[in-house]
Design a protein around this ligand. Structure first.
Ligand code: MSP
Length: 656
């Protein structure tokens, strides 16, 4: 028995929970439940990250106070976690006084270590990441590499953390603790990042107010990442807190987008404060949709509450845990979800339960029969028991090793093995021969026992269905009121004489019509969300399709990729006297656009001019001609003047 402290990132409150957030939280919950079943003292933390410029701007855009925005979104997160059967031990909010105190305490320790000094920051900043970038780190076109949006130039006085001082110690720590950054690929990334040289980190801001003030210098607010990372300790009550025994965390489970913060900033902060480092920072991959990261700004987020309401939360938990090995990216597909539900849950597991209970009802008077005297006398029984032991141990070591997808893989070997055991022993044939009735009893006891084992093995992932399996095999009474917190030990412990219970199919098969109905509902953007928490959030800058006239948010605006374009060719479009076909250069590439400016400009007037161009407008055909963008011009329906720049600028330059 040990101690197991697992965390999720704390989520920003400018976004409502989507499948990406649900994924991390479900996996963390699975690990926590597994460790509880092992008898470990578990502390499982999640929460919300509520400060920073991003949140302040989102609130401004919605014309509400940041704390109101936070309160609304926090309610959504909390309810979503209830819906998804997340049993966290605490929920930390960075706006809570208990958190603020610990942020100050940590700051002071770093200050006392001589690691904080006042300087000036001059650099490029992405508000969505709350992160500075160097030119070299930006994506093509000078955009943020994570969000593909424009970065801002920021110059301000700032406190700095002497992160550079810890470069060698951090490298050494990683070398000596190969489990510190996982998976391996991420460790390599981090090592080469550190080897390329750690610079001091700017850890305060003066351009906005929404944050925790720097102790003794309230003109500065503490950089939101320093604030946020401290949550992992503030939830323990700080350094003197009762729960501080849980520190260091066993696992910080995060997405790969925030690896550097957890594997570089956080450990160096801890070193400065003279605190032990977490055992493992595990960065999982991204769920993508058609290859793009799922996120609010791309409006492609999958809504987990609705899927859970339609399929049952256990099916969703199973799918996200099983579908991709933790660490890899996975492309989310609703079809793949339904396929796994039908084949692995309805067919393999559902059927095993269904046929087992049905046979027991017919052949053993609806009660659990006694096991054979010698459990392994029959080779088929011995094989089943050996398989169960092997799968149990493989499941345990995979859960332990933060590989829950592989744990499920191992468990399904047992599910299939138990189905095969029924097929090979064929009790429905033996029952016709009275002299084999005793053997039928032993066989029924064995497959009910495999269900008992399976119920415990799957419980971390599917807590409800695990209980339902147990209820049907007669263990409902034993479990009453409690959660499943044990792990299979010895074969043959299912007590004889328990009454079996009638039950609905564990996972009803989804037929063609139902499938079509579900796909339609889940993928239509206007779907009402029956189970989302807290009702409608009004006036909120959460990225849901909106046709309101309240104005666009800064983030929405930032999605429009405006560039300087030079017109290199212009020609009339046959049969359309308002249109011209233009070729424009964006520096690296050329585009063709159909522009409705023929009545204001002749082709000759246009060639060589530089205009402002919308570079990420979806391509469309206009009068049968492909148009790959749009040039900006003044005038309503009738164009009166082209957009222009007041000095010469390179084609391709970002406009914002
Ligand atoms: N507030 C910071 C984290 C601070 S932790 C001290 C933050 N918040 S976030 O709301 O943007 O959440 C990021 C996390 O959500 C990712 O690290 C990941 O765990 C999860 N995911 C968000 N989108 C995701 C996908 N598309 N796919 C998988 N997980 C993703 O960053």
């Amino acid at each position: 028995m040990g101690s197991f402290y697992v965390t999720t990132p704390i989520y920003y409150v400018n976004d409502i929970p989507h499948l990406g957030h649900a994924y991390t939280t479900i996996v963390a919950d699975v690990l926590a439940r597994y460790h509880r079943a092992q008898g470990d003292a578990v502390f499982f933390l999640t929460g919300t990250d509520e400060h920073g410029q991003k949140i302040e701007r989102a609130a401004q855009a919605s014309k509400i106070q940041p704390i109101e925005l936070a309160n609304q979104v926090v309610a959504r997160f909390r309810q979503t976690w209830v819906n998804l059967e997340i049993h966290n031990d605490d929920f930390i909010r960075t706006t809570e006084p208990r958190h603020r105190e610990v942020v100050h305490a940590l700051w002071r320790r770093m200050q006392q270590a001589g690691d904080i000094y006042l300087g000036e920051y001059d650099g490029l900043y992405c508000v969505s990441c709350e992160e500075y970038y160097t030119e070299g780190q930006l994506a093509e076109g000078g955009l943020c590499p994570i969000h593909n949006t424009a970065v801002e130039h920021l110059k301000q006085p700032s406190y700095f953390f002497r992160m550079s001082r810890y470069q060698d110690r951090l490298l050494e720590h990683i070398q000596q603790h190969p489990e510190f950054v996982r998976p391996e690929m991420r460790k390599n990334e981090i090592v080469s990042f550190i080897q390329s040289g750690l610079r001091d980190l700017s850890i305060s801001r003066t351009t906005f107010k929404w944050g925790i003030p720097v102790p003794d210098d309230p003109d500065h607010v503490i950089y939101v990442w320093v604030d946020a990372l401290t949550n992992y300790i503030s939830a323990l009550g700080g350094l003197e807190g009762k729960r501080f025994d849980f520190w260091p965390a066993q696992v910080h489970l995060i997405g790969k987008d925030i690896l550097r913060h957890h594997a570089v900033y956080w450990p160096t902060m801890l070193m400065s404060a003279n605190l032990p480092l977490p055992r493992t920072v595990f960065a999982h991959g991204w769920w993508t949709i058609n290859g793009q990261k799922m996120s609010k700004s791309l409006r492609n987020a999958v809504e987990p509450n609705m899927i859970a309401a339609d399929l049952g939360v256990d099916a969703l938990r199973y799918f996200v845990t099983r579908e991709t090995p933790l660490g890899n990216d996975g492309d989310f597909s609703h079809e793949a979800l339904l396929h796994r539900v039908n084949s692995e849950l309805a067919n393999d597991l559902g059927n095993l339960l269904n046929r087992s209970v049905a046979m027991a009802r017919m052949y053993t008077d609806n009660v659990v029969p006694p096991f054979a005297q010698d459990l392994e006398a029959d080779p088929a029984d011995a094989e089943l028991i050996a398989l169960a032991l092997r799968c149990r141990d493989a499941a345990a070591s995979n859960y332990e090793n933060i590989a829950p997808s592989r744990a499920l893989e191992a468990i399904w070997e047992l599910v299939r093995g138990a189905n095969k055991y029924i097929d090979t022993t064929a009790p429905y044939k033996m029952i016709k021969q009275p002299e084999l009735h005793r053997r039928v009893q032993e066989v029924v006891a064995n497959f009910l026992e495999s269900l008992r084992w399976i119920s415990l093995l799957v419980a971390p992932v599917m807590p409800n269905k695990a209980m339902e399996i147990r209820r049907q095999i007669g263990l409902g009474q034993a479990d009453a009121g409690g959660q499943l917190q044990s792990w299979p030990d010895r074969w043959g412990e299912l007590p004889a004489g328990l009454d079996l219970r009638e039950g609905q199919p564990l996972f009803p098969r989804i037929d063609k019509d139902r499938k079509a109905e579900l796909l339609q509902r889940w993928t239509s953007p206007a779907s009402p969300n029956p189970d989302a928490a807290g009702g409608e959030i009004k006036n909120m800058n959460v990225e849901q399709p909106t046709d309101s006239d309240d104005g666009v948010t800064f983030e929405e605006f930032s999605r429009i990729d405006l560039r300087v374009a030079q017109i290199v060719e212009a020609a009339p479009v046959e049969g359309a006297d308002r249109l011209l076909l233009l070729k424009v250069s964006l520096g690296q590439e050329q585009r063709q656009v159909v522009a409705g400016i023929a009545q204001a400009y002749t082709p000759e007037q246009l060639v060589g001019r530089k205009v402002i161009f919308v570079a990420n407008l979806k391509p469309a055909k206009i009068r049968g001609v492909l148009s790959e963008g749009m040039i900006l011009a003044a005038g309503g329906k009738k164009v009166v003047a082209l957009s222009a720049l007041d000095c010469d600028v390179e084609p391709g330059t970002v406009v914002r």
